[in-house]
Design a protein around this ligand. Structure first.
Ligand SMILES: *Cc1c(COP(=O)(O)O)cnc(C)c1O
Length: 364
C-alpha cells in the first residue's frame, strides 16, 4: 500500500508527441514543460521528450533545473529574463529567452545580449506579454544589432481564444501576426495546443504544445481521447477504510452528505493536500477496482469519502482511481470542480509520488 500516486506513462507522452507531429508535419515542436511539466514531473518528462525540437519553461529557474539534470537540448524561457543576474544565467546555460518588453532590450544592450538565441514577442491581442505592432519593428532592429546575436530572433505571439473553434479573435490574431512579421527574417511561432488542433494556418515554423502533450484536450466538450491522444497521468490512491452506513448517517465536515438508504462508504488516502480539488461536489465519479463510486461529502486535506453502494465488495487496499483513464478523464473531473484540466494537473502536490512507467529502456 502507498498513498496517492501519479503514474506517468511516457509511452503515452511519445504517442501524443507523434500525434502532434502528424497534425503539424511541417513545423518544429517546442514542447512546453513549465510548472513541473503541468504537474507530471519536469525532468522525467524532459528526458522522455528527447524527440522534441526544443523545450519551453516559464522561468529561468526552471530551465536551470533542467540543465542541472543534464538536459542539453535547446530550452526557451517564455517569460524571459527580469534582471542582470538572470541575463548572465541565461548566457551561462545557453537558454533561449523571450523578449517581450523594452526593459529587457535595454538590459540586453547594456550587457551585449545573452549570447544565446532570442525570441521576440508580439502582442496580437492577449494583452499579457509582448510588443505592440507599432513597437515591433524597432524592437526587432535593436535585437538584430546586439553584438552577440547568433541567428535572427524568432518571432512569436500567443492566442487568447484558440480553444474556441472558428474564433474570429484567433483569425484576427493570426492575421496581425502574419502582417507584422511579414518581411522579417526569423522563424515564427504562434500555435499552442488549441491552435495546433483548431487553426492549421497558425502552425508556421514552430508549434508550442503543452496540454495536448499530456493527452488532455484544451477544447471544452472534447476529451483527449476524442482527439486521438492518450492521458499521460493516472492519478490514483488506495482504499484506506470502509464502513457501513444506515439511512440518515452523515459523512464528513459539516455533515453535508446524508445516506438516504443503507450503503457502504469507502475512505481513501487522498485530499486537497494532494491536489484533489476541494471544490469537487458530492457525486463526482471515482473508480474503485474498476467499479463506479461517487464522492460523498467534502474533500478533506488527506482523505475523501465515497459511496460504494450497498452491495460493494471493495476491500481495504483496493485501488481508487481519481482521474486519468479514458473512463475517468481529467477533463471531466475539472469540469465538475468548475476548473480547467490545466489547473488540476498543475496542482498535484509534492507529496504525491510520480511513478514513471515506460516500455522503453531507461534513458541515460
Ligand atoms: C503555456 C504556453 C503554451 C502551451 O499552451 P497549451 O495550451 O498548454 O498548449 C504555449 N505558449 C506559451 C507562450 C505558453 O505560455
Amino acid at each position: 500500500m502507498s498513498a496517492a500516486t501519479a503514474r506517468i506513462d511516457t509511452d503515452a507522452l511519445r504517442h501524443n508527441l507523434g500525434q502532434i507531429r502528424n497534425r503539424a508535419p511541417a513545423s518544429k515542436i517546442m514542447a512546453v514543460i513549465k510548472a513541473n511539466a503541468y504537474g507530471h514531473g519536469m525532468v522525467a518528462i524532459a528526458q522522455a521528450l528527447a524527440d522534441a525540437d526544443s523545450l519551453a519553461v516559464a522561468r529561468v529557474e526552471e530551465a536551470i533545473q533542467l540543465r542541472e539534470a543534464g538536459i542539453a537540448c535547446p530550452i526557451v524561457v517564455l517569460e524571459g529574463i527580469c534582471n542582470a543576474d538572470e541575463l548572465g544565467l541565461a548566457g551561462q546555460h545557453s537558454l533561449e529567452t523571450v523578449v517581450h518588453c523594452r526593459e529587457q532590450i535595454i538590459l540586453m544592450e547594456q550587457n551585449s545580449g545573452t549570447g544565446a538565441d532570442l525570441w521576440l514577442k508580439l502582442d496580437t491581442g492577449m494583452n499579457r506579454l509582448g510588443f505592440t505592432a507599432e513597437e515591433f519593428g524597432e524592437a526587432h532592429r535593436r535585437l538584430v544589432n546586439l553584438p552577440s546575436a547568433n541567428r535572427d530572433p524568432g518571432l512569436m505571439s500567443h492566442f487568447s481564444s484558440a480553444d474556441v473553434a472558428e474564433s474570429a479573435t484567433s483569425q484576427e490574431q493570426l492575421r496581425k501576426f502574419l502582417e507584422t512579421t511579414a518581411g522579417l527574417p526569423g522563424e515564427r511561432s504562434l500555435a499552442n495546443s488549441a491552435g495546433i488542433l483548431n487553426i492549421p494556418a497558425s502552425h508556421l515554423e514552430w508549434v508550442r504544445p503543452g496540454l495536448s502533450l499530456y493527452g488532455v484536450s484544451p477544447v471544452a466538450g472534447k476529451t483527449g481521447q476524442d482527439l486521438g491522444l492518450r492521458p499521460v497521468m493516472r492519478f490514483s490512491t488506495w482504499l484506506l477504510a470502509t464502513r457501513n452506513l444506515v439511512a440518515g448517517d452523515t459523512v464528513g465536515y459539516g455533515c453535508r452528505w446524508r445516506a438516504v438508504r443503507p450503503t457502504r462508504l469507502g475512505i481513501a488516502a487522498c485530499g486537497y493536500g494532494d491536489g484533489y480539488p476541494w471544490a469537487l461536489p458530492e457525486g463526482t465519479p471515482l473508480r474503485v477496482n474498476g467499479k463506479h463510486a461517487r464522492l460523498a461529502g467534502r474533500v478533506s486535506m488527506d482523505m475523501i469519502a465515497f459511496d460504494l453502494g450497498a452491495d460493494s465488495d471493495a476491500r481495504i487496499g483496493d485501488e481508487v482511481l481519481l482521474w486519468g483513464e479514458t473512463e475517468l478523464p481529467v477533463e471531466e473531473i475539472a469540469a465538475a470542480a468548475q476548473s480547467i484540466p490545466y489547473e488540476l494537473l498543475c496542482r498535484v502536490s509534492e507529496r504525491v509520488s510520480r511513478e514513471i512507467v515506460t516500455s522503453q529502456a531507461p534513458i541515460r
